[in-house]
Ligand binder design. Sequence first.
Ligand code: FES
Length: 91
Amino acid sequence: MRLHRLRDTARPPIALTLEGKPVEALRGDTLLTALLAAGAGPLRQSEFGDGARSGFCLMGACQDCWVAVEGLGRVRACATLAEDGMAVRRG
Ligand code: FES
């Protein structure tokens, strides 16, 4: 697990999928928080050939957290709120 929830754990649960597998999240999570807290592991490979990425800056600047969301296209996971029913693919 890359992230561990320390507080605000009483928020309502939501359900999304990553590569078709269920992921539990909490309302108000960013997609990146939801995926990493669920142990999703690397989200993409760097196009510059230097390895797997799972986000770095957490504020929309580094481009290391791109994922694809059905109906939305390619988004930065750290700058996108997770929503119930989202279908996510690694970027
Ligand atoms: S983690 Fe850097 S842009 Fe999302």
